[in-house]
Design a protein around this ligand. Structure first.
Ligand SMILES: *Cc1c(COP(=O)(O)O)cnc(C)c1O
Length: 334
């Protein structure tokens, strides 16, 4: 099957599985797993932060970070389109007693700072205490403008807010912008990074930040049920991904560009945006269900909606993209 639904669908490769079976392990709740410790230290160092913490998922890593920054009755300012707001089941409110203050994202994924300024609450018993400003990079595949990130993080700190980056796909930004992980993490007090998105690992996220912040997040990870035991087998997959699957993200970006160019040739399809490993396109509403079935019969998995997203990853080749585009053309020419 050619699966374009997400970059989470990759299966661990044979060499990744071999690295997992070789991993030295220990009980990580006791801090005894050398492979987890080595992954945490490596990601923290590359991101220019003091410490790292391994999580089973990006959702839990983001949530523990929010709970480390904010207490009950505090709020975080976040984009309407942000994963931490829109796609995590309201976890900050449900489990952290943290109020979100969502603001509209601009087309480039940024949140205009005049809107942020207007949303910061005065210190007054009527209001939640505004504590944190959260951004996402990449967002909808787009790399946030570096000048915006520098200005936004300085602005937030100037207002006494902490800063969090949901960097689930930050390595896509690293490769697309030729900035280092350290440069992209600069200005953020915490950064969450996924290894199961496009990097090919089956599980795993790492949160980085100051030692003090990570100590608080460590406590919340245990409370949230994320303390894992011989997790070195999983961390080994992430270390393998760091060594072998980062630079090759450039192939995914080239394949997404190829996919966008292919769809753009089809009159019935409107490509609305494409960046890094994602393409967004609109299809006639009446064709979505039959087209998705048509593609599935031909071994291609998509989620066809009026506004559809296609995601490239390490299990999709340039030839697969051509097969997909040809199948969409054949559908409209049938
Ligand atoms: C997928 C994703 C997450 C959460 O990751 P899970 O590991 O699926 O919980 C967080 N942020 C962004 C931007 C994501 O795309």
């Amino acid at each position: 099957m050619i699966d374009l639904r997400s970059d989470t669908v990759t299966r661990p490769s044979q060499p990744m599985l071999a690295a997992m079976t070789r991993a030295e392990t220990g009980d990580d709740v006791w801090g005894d797993d050398p492979t987890v410790l080595s992954l945490q230290a490596r990601v923290a160092e590359e991101a220019g932060k003091e410490a790292g913490l391994f999580f089973p998922s990006g959702t839990q890593s983001n949530l523990a970070a929010l709970m480390a920054h904010c207490g009950r009755g505090d709020e975080y300012i976040v984009g309407q389109l942000a994963h931490t707001y829109k796609y995590e089941g309201g976890g900050a409110a449900v489990l952290g007693s943290i109020q979100p203050q969502p603001l509209d994202n601009a087309a480039d994924g940024s949140i205009p700072l005049e809107r942020v300024a207007a949303a910061i609450k005065p210190i007054d018993d009527h209001f939640a205490r505004t504590r944190l400003f959260a951004l996402e990079n990449t967002i909808g595949g787009k790399v946030l403008p570096a000048a915006y990130v520098a200005e936004a993080t300085q602005f937030a700190h100037g207002k006494g807010l902490a800063t969090h980056l949901d960097g689930a796909r930050v390595f896509n930004a690293v490769v697309a912008s030729s900035q280092s992980l350290g440069a992209l993490a600069e200005g953020f007090d915490s950064v969450s990074i996924c290894f199961s998105k496009g990097l090919g690992a089956p599980v795993g996220s790492v949160l980085v930040g100051s030692r003090a912040l990570i100590d608080v997040a460590h406590r919340w990870r245990k409370v949230l049920g994320g303390g894992m035991r011989q997790a070195g087998v999983l961390a080994a997959a992430c270390l393998y991904a760091l060594d072998h699957n980062v630079a090759r993200l450039a192939d995914d970006h080239a394949n997404a560009a190829r996919l966008a160019a292919g769809l753009a040739q089809i009159d019935e399809v409107k490509v609305t945006s494409h960046a890094t490993n994602m393409v967004f396109a609109q299809f006639p509403q009446a064709d979505c269900v039959p087209l998705e079935a048509w593609l599935k019969e031909r071994g291609i998995l998509t989620q066809m909606l009026y506004a559809s997203r296609f995601v490239t990853h390490l299990d999709v080749s340039a030839a697969d993209i051509d097969t997909f585009v040809a199948a969409v053309k054949a559908y409209f020419n049938r």
